[in-house]
Write a protein that binds this ligand. Structure first.
Ligand code: GLY
Length: 410
């Protein structure tokens, strides 16, 4: 009898605690109406800003970043891993606004990158082709876009190495034997989608194998991830666990953590394998409980960056996280769901402030300021980046479609 009373007391106490937590989360939440206004204003601004960008970006070139000191737009060729983000952002904004100028520009720029579907020289096919052609097909259902996606998936699959059960990110070089970076998880969306939309089923098997190998070798006991695992191609053994873009081999490079969060959430969407959901939740926990995550939820460029708090934030990592948290919120219930959505709301709110969001006609036509590409190389530090804009707009669209329709469930 005694133990039953004790158990009852414990249950009541934990119930009270849960209620207190939900009240405090609820109190911190931005109201639905404020979020509606914010998201609408951001999307309206994004449409106008990208319409101005159409006239700034030289023909035949793709978008990279902007150098505020010289007022110069920095562009890229089609081969750069980011060449699909500009058309992808245009598609999202066309989907929102119905403005055909955005669609025409997306179609024009996609002719420049279409040939990348055959480029099996590295793993970036998902970033380049799925963010652009994937959105184009989703919105227009034009067969030609699907063909390009399936070609790209085949090219990516050619980099699969059965000995390591992973897709090799970059070719062997003097520096690496068989490098696989955490970012590579993002390319699995191309494979998963293709395997379910007319491509071979082995594409899905490759994606699953890659996700499982990454889960085994890239993650530390606290669910932070290494950036780069270098494998021995002949034996499949892990040679080194290192970084390229992070502060140290042992550090948690922020965008890498964001790719992991997004990657496993996306893999759960396709496979419904609960191991992926659980992995995404563990990564979320690492990010959300990290003492270096600022209250405004925009991470420093590396969770272990030297000099915190006097170092750069990375708006691109924040944008990827916001988009991923919004999806993870759909697959979870109760307090976790509230926490994920509230975090994405906070990120969107911070990125919408004048500190991060550009004014119309400034910032070289980019939406967001203050991202970090690769600090160890002093490359793209504290600048606008095309992928920060892409995932920011994706998060806005996701928020609008998933959380502003119907009656609020959280
Ligand atoms: N995939 C390269 C990066 O995240 O910087």
């Amino acid at each position: 009898m005694g133990w039953q009373i004790a158990r009852m007391k414990k249950l009541i106490l934990s119930g009270i605690l849960i209620s207190i937590c939900s009240v405090s989360f609820a109190q911190k939440r931005i109201s639905r109406e404020s979020m509606r206004k914010l998201v609408t204003a951001d999307l309206e601004f994004s449409v106008q800003q990208y319409k101005s960008l159409i006239h700034i970006l030289p023909p035949g070139e793709m978008l990279k970043t902007y150098d505020a000191a010289t007022g110069k737009l920095i562009t890229s060729d089609s081969e750069w891993w980011c060449s699909g983000f500009y058309p992808g952002t245009l598609w999202y904004l066309y989907e929102y606004s119905g403005d055909t100028a955005l669609k025409r520009e997306a179609e024009k720029r996609m002719t420049i990158i279409k040939g990348e579907a055959f480029n099996s020289g590295n793993h970036d096919l998902g970033f380049k082709i799925f963010c652009s052609f994937g959105n184009a097909y989703r919105i227009t259902k034009q067969q030609q876009y699907k063909e390009t996606i399936l070609t790209a998936a085949k090219s990516l699959a050619s980099r699969y190495r059965p000995t390591i059960k992973s897709i090799q990110s970059w070719d062997s070089s003097a520096m690496y034997k068989c490098p696989v970076i955490i970012d590579n998880l993002m390319n699995l969306e191309l494979l998963e989608w293709s395997s379910k939309n007319g491509g071979e089923s082995r594409l899905g098997e490759i994606a699953v194998n890659h996700a499982n190998t990454t889960m085994k070798n890239h993650f530390r006991p606290d669910f932070s991830s290494y950036h780069l695992i270098d494998y021995d191609l002949s034996t499949g053994k892990v040679m080194r666990k290192i970084t390229r873009q992070g502060a140290a081999d042992s550090s948690a490079w922020s965008r890498g953590q964001a790719w992991g969060l997004y990657g496993y959430t996306m893999m759960y969407r396709f496979t419904k394998n609960r191991r992926y959901l659980s992995q995404a939740k563990h990564i979320a926990k690492f990010i959300l409980n990290h003492p270096h995550l600022p209250a405004d939820k925009i991470p420093y460029w590396d969770f272990d960056a030297p000099g915190i708090p006097n170092t750069y934030r990375d708006a691109s990592a924040a944008a990827v996280m916001a988009s991923a948290f919004l999806e993870l919120g759909r697959y979870t219930k109760g307090q976790l769901r509230i926490q994920y959505i509230a975090t994405a709301e906070k990120i969107i709110q911070t990125l919408s402030s004048p500190l991060y969001l550009a004014k119309l006609g400034t910032n070289g036509g980019f939406l967001l300021k203050h991202s970090v590409g690769a600090l160890p190389f002093r490359s793209e530090v504290d600048v606008p980046l095309t992928y920060a804009d892409y995932y920011f707009v994706e998060a806005l669209i996701r928020y609008k479609n998933w959380y502003l329709k119907g009656t609020r469930k959280v």
